[in-house]
Ligand binder design. Structure first.
Ligand SMILES: Cc1cc2nc3c(=O)[nH]c(=O)nc-3n(C[C@H](O)[C@H](O)[C@H](O)COP(=O)(O)OP(=O)(O)OC[C@H]3O[C@@H](n4cnc5c(N)ncnc54)[C@H](O)[C@@H]3O)c2cc1C
Length: 386
């Protein structure tokens, strides 16, 4: 099967860059597409919590250098549709490409409340990046919407600039007792559980929100709003692939999904990195399974019946064997090829190494033998001993 790439990775966040690097380190031809700059969510993170990676930009630099060092091609394009199969076909903003395997690592979309006027107010008061936009709200009041560990950290970060940070929790907080204690101790931070934002206020720029709690509705004057809820996965990107309620993909049928985009993902840097590593290894396995086995063949011995009997079309090559190691069966040549075969099998992660040879035979370089070899194998390595 001839494809543009062995592996296409969709999304170059921590999961995608890790998957791409691991696959490339195994000698595969890998491209990682991103519709923005590489790094994904990490680009927005000044401080990393529960990960030893330094700052977000430092970790992006390290991940990118490691991927490119392993031979990954980083490409700037949006993947708009993935058609699974053999080969996988991908529609991108730069044209169509084919691959032996695909890893979907798109992460989640930005936080959204789903309220009228929200898109128009994005970057006009509505933001999802405390590290980037926090300084714009120095001395002004902001609200944060969310219930998880990272919402708590973003609120604490914003408290370094804002005059007041109201954390609106849709239900009850899910963050750890340690984070709850830090929020409680923080000056200028108030946590409001069971709060729903019902409307946004502002002409051109945000001026406030309407919040409903058990006590009723009230207006809250804020210059900034940071929604960390309503983030959705890439539902619909891959033809035929099911998604969960959050639009995150359920891997099946050989389509690999890594990081936040995967149904059930933990949504942390460590988990996304581990996911990426596993997907890179799995891509290798998927390609090996489709590329067949490696077999050492000595035509003087007579080949295995199933090989000999299989029809060969003009100009075709066998599908179950990519490489023939062809020896005249002299012991030294046989040993050389057996060693070479084992190395190739390990390098390509092939499931099977076959060996068929007869002791002390020799073969004439006749037309039939040459035809047979050239039609059945993509590569023939020859060693002749005496
Ligand atoms: C506010 C916030 C703070 C966080 N803080 C922490 C923290 O301190 N510690 C921690 O462990 N975790 C933290 N997390 C979680 C962590 O950032 C994520 O779990 C992790 O970054 C997910 O990585 P990913 O590679 O799966 O996805 P992402 O980082 O989202 O990367 C996905 C990439 O895919 C690209 N992409 C998407 N669709 C396409 C497409 N169709 N074609 C091409 N490219 C596409 C995007 O541009 C993006 O670059 C935080 C999350 C948030 C929201």
């Amino acid at each position: 099967m001839s494809t543009d790439w062995d592996v296409v990775v969709v999304g170059a966040g921590i999961a995608g860059l890790t998957a791409a690097r691991v696959a490339a380190e195994h000698g595969l031809r890998v491209v990682a597409y991103d519709r923005l700059t590489p790094g994904g969510q990490l680009v927005n993170l000044t401080a990393l919590h529960e990960h030893p990676g330094g700052t977000g930009p430092e970790l992006v630099a390290a991940l990118t250098a490691a991927a490119e060092g392993a031979g990954v091609r980083l490409a700037y394009a949006e993947v708009t549709r993935v058609h699974p199969g053999s080969p996988v076909r991908l529609e991108t903003s730069g044209g169509e490409v084919t691959a032996g395997a695909v890893v979907v690592a798109t992460g989640l979309g930005p936080g959204r409340l789903g309220l009228p006027g929200e898109e128009a107010l994005a970057r006009r008061g509505v933001s999802t990046c405390a590290g980037c936009d926090g300084p714009l709200f120095r001395g002004r009041a902001v609200a944060v919407v969310g219930d998880d560990e990272w919402t708590a950290e973003e609120a604490l970060e914003l408290a370094g600039w804002a005059s007041a940070v109201t954390v609106l929790v849709p239900g009850q907080p899910r963050w750890s007792p340690d984070r709850a204690a830090r929020l409680a101790a923080a000056e200028r931070v108030e946590v409001v559980p069971d709060a729903t934002v019902t409307a946004l206020r502002g002409e051109g720029v945000l001026s406030g929100v309407v919040v409903r709690t058990a006590d009723g509705e009230r207006a809250l004057a804020v210059a900034g709003l940071f929604p960390f809820v309503g983030r959705r996965g890439p539902e619909g990107l891959v033809e035929g692939l099911a998604a969960d309620a959050q639009g995150r993909l359920v891997p099946s049928g050989g389509v690999l999904v890594a990081g936040d985009a995967r149904a059930g993902a933990e949504q942390s840097l460590t988990a996304a990195e581990a996911d990426g590593r596993a997907a890179g290894e799995a891509a290798l396995g998927a390609l090996a399974a489709s590329s067949g086995s490696l077999r050492i063949v000595d035509p003087t011995h007579g080949v295995l019946p199933e090989v000999d009997a299989a029809p060969v079309g003009a100009g075709s090559t066998a599908t179950w064997t990519d490489v023939a190691l062809f020896t005249n069966s002299k012991p030294n040549a046989t040993e050389l090829l057996r060693g070479l075969g084992e190395r190739l099998q390990a390098h390509w992660g092939l499931p099977e190494l076959g060996f068929a040879a007869k002791e002390n035979a020799s073969v004439a370089a006749e037309k039939d033998t040459i035809d047979w070899l050239s039609q059945r194998f993509k590569m023939v390595l020859v060693a002749v001993g005496d």
